[in-house]
Design a protein. Structure first.
Length: 274
């Protein structure tokens, strides 16, 4: 498993298309930010070969593709797992390890003498946090997609679109040397402005596509299916995926709030003279 260097004592590894940041804190200890999509013994092997024990895992959020090695690290290294209460509440499955809760408003957490700043980044999921390592690497979870990832994305998953856009704008005002996006790698400070701009433009494009599909009265489910088909989704399991359909419905609800589409008794109507 390749260890990729970010800055100073901050490294990251790819755990099946989901990155985990590894911050060396001295005295043979490390802190992880997220722990990947897939449980990997190679992660333990790499850590132990370097004489490292994981002191803690800071969870940007508790989606399964970011937490696969939490239990393994807790069991083998006694790692303390940190997350917000909103993240815990958002997860449907029973969590098989204890969690130390963090505030959703941001702040800092000190582990082994190393200080990690936390920033509130809700939108992709409630209570999501970004963590900044002592080397100035801001690990944003799924609050931003890299330009390369965004170009391939049919539809970024967001639980609250308006809040997610506000989070992107807030990240644009920060000034860290590097940003680590969980699924594709590093974003430089110079690349941040364009990255945020393109992420927001992607959402505006989705809004326009959804709005333009409402040319006649439509049921919500019919619009969701029509949109998924329009962006090239054909597999029946994806078409019926509950979470995927839910993130599209939330975007439609945002359109209704913005006055771009009218909803009456569960039916969507185009706005006349728009």
């Amino acid at each position: 498993m390749e260890w990729m260097h970010a800055a100073g004592n901050t490294w990251f590894v790819d755990l099946k298309d989901a990155l985990a940041a590894i911050c060396l804190t001295g005295s043979g200890e490390a802190v992880l930010i997220d722990s990947g999509r897939e449980e990997r013994q190679e992660l333990l092997t790499g850590l132990e070969a370097r004489g490292l024990r994981v002191r803690a895992v800071l969870c940007t959020h508790l989606h399964r593709d970011h937490t696969a090695n939490n239990l393994l690290l807790h069991t083998r290294h006694g790692a303390e797992i940190f997350a917000t209460q909103a993240q815990i509440n958002d997860r449907e499955e029973v969590i098989p390890y204890p969690i130390t809760t963090l505030g959703e408003e941001g702040g800092s957490v000190t582990i082994g003498g190393a200080v990690f700043e936390s920033l509130p980044t809700p939108g992709h999921t409630p209570g999501q946090l970004a963590f900044v390592t002592p080397d100035g690497v801001c690990c944003v979870g799924d609050a931003l997609l890299t330009l390369r990832r965004l170009a391939k994305a049919k539809l970024p998953y967001l639980e609250d679109v308006d809040t997610a856009i506000a989070t992107m704008e807030a990240l644009r005002q920060t000034d860290y040397p590097l940003y680590l996006a969980s699924h594709d790698g590093l974003i430089s400070r110079q690349e941040l402005w364009e990255t945020v701009e393109e992420n927001i433009e992607k959402e505006l494009e989705v809004y326009r596509q959804l709005r333009d599909l409402v040319q006649r009265p439509m049921a919500m489910d019919a619009l969701v299916t029509a949109f998924m088909t329009s962006i090239g989704i054909r597999r029946s399991d994806v078409l019926q995926d509950v979470s995927y359909r839910a993130t599209i419905r939330r975007r439609v609800e945002s359109l209704v709030r913005a006055g771009e589409v009218e909803q009456r008794k569960g039916t969507l109507f185009p706005i006349k003279n728009r």
